[in-house]
Design a protein around this ligand. Structure first.
Ligand SMILES: C[S@@+](CC[C@H](N)C(=O)[O-])C[C@H]1O[C@@H](n2cnc3c(N)ncnc32)[C@H](O)[C@@H]1O
Length: 268
């Protein structure tokens, strides 16, 4: 599939990265990762419940929680919140419900461990719509590393190995390694029906990624932006304000907490 996305002989340049981006030892005990997971699950997000209600679709929560344990439960300073999985699933299912059944192309920046890409692949699968996801991140897909997650207690894994419980969903995802600016300059997508922008959070990068996507969208197509959170990510907020100031997209902002907001931009 990558051959159709990248022209013959083309590659997204590999970025300079430390050999072990998340270190050489697990960052916490298994029990600590499980505790973090329990704590994350105990928080209610009525705004996200309301979005699911409005859109008429909701991801299978036990399925998402199992995926989150391996791909979202990490040691970090900010609190864990992986409700973007619920938002992406509900918004993509709503989009697919009104779609004509033709092939759907989804573009994502910021793969990380693969959580959001898998949630979108699950929506495609559940809707039984043909299509695939192209996702880009600086992190390697095929080099075994520790990921700052519970799986680190089994030793270094490739992302493919980390996600090996989901072979059918993986077959719908093209993982590219590289910087998003170099990816958008290289890959040859003609149409992007749905996109999720969640990589670098600078205004210039988010605007560049958005321009790449919007030039390939039509009426009804969707872009979701994560971290539309003034205190933490002013660059993302400025990029969203620029989209709101234009005529082409209707933007809905969703505030899940003081630390986390999202925007859903729908092509007019
Ligand atoms: C917030 S995480 C993405 C989380 C992911 N969407 C998920 O749901 O699990 C941001 C990711 O963007 C990647 N990233 C940061 N700057 C980037 C860039 N310039 N190009 C590509 N990826 C980048 C980081 O390596 C990191 O994995």
């Amino acid at each position: 599939m990558a051959a159709r996305i990248l022209g013959k002989g083309q590659q997204v340049p590999k970025p300079d990265l430390p050999a072990h981006p998340f270190g050489t030892e697990p960052r916490a005990s298994r029990e600590r990762y499980l505790e973090l997971h329990r704590a994350a699950q105990s928080v209610a997000y009525p705004e996200i419940d309301a979005v699911e209600e409005k859109l008429g679709f909701a991801i299978d929560r036990p399925w998402m929680e199992e995926l989150a344990l391996h791909t979202q439960v990490v040691v970090k300073e900010s609190s864990l919140n992986y409700n973007h999985g619920r938002l992406l699933y509900a918004a993509l299912r709503r989009y697919l419900a009104g779609h004509d059944g033709s092939h759907v192309v989804i573009f994502e920046t910021g793969t990380a461990r693969g959580f959001s890409a898998l949630c979108m692949a699950c929506a495609l699968q559940d809707a039984a719509v043909p299509g695939y996801i192209v996702t880009v991140d600086m992190l390697p897909h095929e080099r075994p590393i520790l990921w700052n997650c519970i799986d680190d207690h089994e030793g270094p894994k490739t992302r493919q190995q980390l996600l090996s419980a989901y072979p059918e969903l993986l077959s719908r995802i093209v993982f590219l390694q590289g910087r998003s600016d170099e990816a958008v300059a290289t890959i040859g997508l003609l149409r992007v029906n749905f996109a999720f922008l969640d990589a670098t959070h600078s205004e210039v990068d988010v605007r560049r990624e958005f321009e790449f996507v919007s030039a390939r969208q039509r009426k009804g197509d969707v872009v979701i932006l994560d971290d539309v959170t003034p205190a933490a990510f002013p660059g993302v907020v400025a990029a969203v304000e620029a989209i709101e100031a234009g005529d082409d997209y209707a933007v809905e902002r969703i505030v899940a907490s003081e630390q986390r907001g999202y925007a859903i931009a729908k092509h007019r």
